[in-house]
Design a protein. Sequence first.
Length: 242
Amino acid sequence: DVIGRLDEQGRAPLYQQLRRALRDAIADNRLAAEEALPPERILAEQLGVSRITVRKALDALVSEGMLTRRQGAGTFVAARVEKSFSKLTSFSEDMISRGRKPESAWLSRAAGSANPEESLALGIGPGSPVYRFNRIRFADGEPMALEYSTVPGPCLPSEFAVTESLYDALDIHSSRPVRALQRLRAVLFTGEKAKLLGVAEGAPGLFIERRGFVREGRPVEFTQSYYRGDAYDFVAELNTQG
Ligand code: 16G
């Protein structure tokens, strides 16, 4: 009953209807994060559809990262990542501390010269040397975020200094940020970004822009991150004394 009725006469195939119904149920928290779904056979019986229909809908949601299958245990609503809005951590650390495997795919990794936006954000002259690192970030193979990072040239010996974690590379070269300024805004993923993240056109996202500084106040990072809105909860402790 969490899922409602599927429409046999409907225009969309049944598995598409079921896929949409499940996705809505997860988005509205009628199905909670980490909740187990009934076995496929039971779902099929309850909904009066074939097991193949159920299997197709679940397969699609697994590949979208909305559901996860655990060997021998069944299918679960994927866990959301709880991320502190006030701690300066890296994507890799966030994933490792939750027992998930961070991985990245390079969109590009190159030396260049600072454009006006980067030069303003990093406090360097326009045209100064920079490195750009553009990545898809994965957790256990599931796309979680797109990140576009710019680092001032003097912070790293070359663009190849970054293999997996940007912060590890900056750390090795004594330029890991210890303080950051960050802003966050809601976005909808469309076109290329939706495709790269494997989410539906118009899916919700968080745009997060971070400027990171080393202890002496020198800017070392300007990153624009696009986090999947359905995969994160941002949490913070609030105090009356600012
Ligand atoms: C996080 C940061 C990003 C940083 C990256 C480094 C947010 C919103 N963004 O994704 O600014 O560049 O971590 O991660 O937290 P890495 O060391 O794993 O490459």
